[in-house]
Design a protein around this ligand. Sequence first.
Ligand SMILES: [Zn+2]
Length: 514
Amino acid sequence: MEYEVISTDLMKNEDERKKFDVWIVFFKDEMLDSLRDMGLNLEKVISYLKASGNFEPLAGDVSSLVFVDGQAIVFVGFSPRTEERDLGRTLELMRISGGLLSDKLKESFKRSPKIGFLLPRIDNKEVEIKLLATNVEGILLKSFSDHYLKSKDRDKIGHPLNAAKITFFVPHPFTTAVKQELHQVITMVKWTNRARWLSNLPPNIATPTFIANKITEFAKDIPSVHVEVLTEEECQKLGMGSFLGVTRGTDEPAKFIKMEYRHENAINEKPFVFVGKGITFDSGGISLKGREGMERMKHDMQGAAVVQSLIFCVAELELPIHVIGITPLTENMPSGRAYKPADVVTALNGKTIEIISTDSEGRMILADALAYAVKYLDPELIIDVATLTGGVVVALGGQAMGLFSNDEQLARELLELSWMTERAWRLPLWEEYDEYLKTDVADFKNTAGMVASPVNAARLLSHFVDDRPWVHLDIAGMAWDPPAPRKKYLGKGATGAAHRLLTRFLIRKCEENH
Ligand SMILES: [Zn+2]
């Protein structure tokens, strides 16, 4: 999608106005005067839309396509709902109206239209520019399409917005601020969608080798990201017995990918390290899953896809920051060589784990990735993202990811931000839960079954971060639809859960330190 931001002054020129196939007008009642000043008399159509119950100028609402003097127009509500003045809620409504708008444009245009977005007036710069950008976030998330594996659709461009040219008209003093906000949101969603694409790919295509090659390829376009791919042999030398336990059962070679981006004026001396679970297909291994829904286990690498996208995203935004992404990638398969219940493995930090279920493989590969981060990267903080437990789906459904942390401030920062982006809810990480992980034969067992399974999994991981400030995000309920509810701005398949939250988190870190 191409875009430009220009001043509303140009709107006064009628020839200029007529160049567009459709106008998207952000509207609240206070804007009528500004629209009239531009020569747009929209009172009548607005009263008509309101009277017919077709449109309220409130956040979340989008009008049908109307024609005024032969010009196609869609109105987008821009007032916070009186009963919901809360900013996080209003932002979510703007995301939803973005999704509705995206669908509307897809219905109305077969080819990519020339679109003019008009925000006639800005009363509160901080908030209203955010509302506009969040609407665009919803539009772009919903425009994501990847149906190219259907042979008849192979040559289609997908959503008409993907190749559209969009011009944003905003009042003159705000063009720079809007440009900056849009640049952030468009880059962010581009990489969210890249993670969704990777996650949606079938597991016979998106193998660890394929993903490693793709990441290396993307890094050619963004040379500030350094990629290092460790083979199983190299992981063996480092002593990653826990990761290699899982990799044994599959014929697909596993990969352990390290990505680093370091800005020369980074705000942080020690890196922020992100770890993502990358099981490219989870059969459960010897503790084989039931056949029902097993095809969805291609998404079990979404934590890795999100972390990889995050590193590219902040590099493309050139944030003044130092980040490292660690993504262990493997299939989890049964075979004569597969690890099995009662096996004991030794992780990189020397701790031993008894296998109870080979289907609790996510924590096995994360344990070594976290221990690697602590031993070799001296992180200022660690955040891991994983489709880790069915238990978190039972507890929170698709409405929030589970958040666990050993650091009060870090947890608070993320929770507060999550209300503005993607919701997270904190669950306990009390050491009392270690009781459930006790076994006679090793330091820990890898699962205690159904009892508090998201907490016990998090608790096991906590033994591999050595008290570094750490957050674990269990995105199992949020990562794909179903169980994630079909949000009007997401649609089917992978959601790229936590990518937007973490991008915003890093942007805010940079803003605070400016
Ligand atoms: Zn599993």
